[in-house]
Ligand binder design. Structure first.
Ligand code: DO4
Ligand code: MG
Length: 290
């Protein structure tokens, strides 16, 4: 089952069960305890609760429907250097940090970092940002875990961990500035509930970047290449920390464009993950203030 936050053509926002053919709107205001998508995701049985809230509803068409990021009040975190491609790319970009990236790939403890508060996250169709003080920035297409407050994986979505490679490459201590800024992350379009076995190899992740309508970068990987176990990443995130609202955890990128590639204002990013869908965003980069 896929759940989403959608805006219908009349401007109303709804939580919905989303299928290929349409969306079933959920009756959220029946009880104070279930008023958001997060309330459903954090309940003991999200699929059953969603079904019960949709009971009498007909499916509506997806025409004119806008998908919103499926985030309410959760924090968003990210894992890094979880694919060989990411380890190699980071070692190349950083003279001083290479050994850190080299060691963390095989270390017991994964790299986990804070990525975004809800206000820094953009919805599908909105613009992600390249910092004006970065001349080398890329999108990072990442399979993303949806975690409940007990850090149980309850669903999956698509995440874009926008990254300023020149800033993180200059000094690993600049990582928060390379990763956390306004419009630094996109999530969506839906949450696929983790109610069936996930086949890692057939869960492909594809990134396409278009400029002026032409493809300027294309890359693909699959979760079979991920060097960490999904539940192990969730477990490390939960050590000595509390997530009363649940959390999103981006699991790292396995696709990094060649070193001569940087995003430009107006580029279009498309990330597709098998079994979830496609997350599309444009890119905005402001001029450096005078
Ligand atoms: O250490 C830098 C960040 C790594 C990252 O974001 C990734 O591998 O996806
Ligand atoms: Mg990343």
């Amino acid at each position: 089952m896929k759940l989403g936050k959608i805006q219908t053509p009349d401007g109303q926002t709804h939580v919905a069960i989303v299928s290929d053919t349409g969306a079933k709107l959920l009756q959220m205001n029946q009880s104070e305890e279930v008023s958001t998508l997060a309330d459903i995701l954090n309940s003991p049985n999200p699929a059953q609760l969603a079904e019960s809230l949709a009971e009498s509803g007909d499916e509506i068409s997806l025409e004119g429907v806008r998908f919103l990021a499926p985030v309410d009040n959760q924090e968003t975190w990210a894992a890094g250097v979880t694919y060989k491609r990411s380890q190699v790319a980071r070692m190349e970009e950083s003279e001083t940090g290479a050994s850190h990236y080299d060691r963390v790939y095989d270390a017991d403890r994964p790299e986990l970092f804070f990525k975004a508060t809800p206000n820094r996250i953009v919805s599908p169709g909105e613009a992600v940002r390249v910092r004006y003080d970065s001349n080398w920035s890329v999108p990072e297409p990442e399979f993303t875990l949806v975690l409940n407050p007990q850090l149980k994986i309850v669903g999956y979505t698509i995440g874009n961990d926008m990254s300023a490679r020149d800033i993180e490459g200059e000094n690993p201590l600049y990582l928060p500035q390379a990763k956390v800024y306004r419009q630094c992350c996109s999530l969506g379009p839906v949450v696929r509930l983790a109610d069936s076995e996930l086949d890692l190899k057939s869960t492909t992740v594809e990134l396409i970047i278009r400029r002026g309508g032409e493809s300027v970068f294309k890359g693909e990987t699959d979760l079979g290449q991920l060097h960490r176990k999904l539940d192990e990443l969730a477990d490390w995130l939960g050590r000595e920390d509390d997530f009363p609202n649940g959390a999103f955890l981006l699991t790292g990128t396995g696709i990094v464009p060649d070193d001569n590639f940087t995003l430009e204002d107006g580029d279009e990013i498309s990330i597709s993950i098998a079994g979830i869908g496609s997350l599309e965003n444009s890119v905005v980069k402001s001029d450096r203030p005078a």
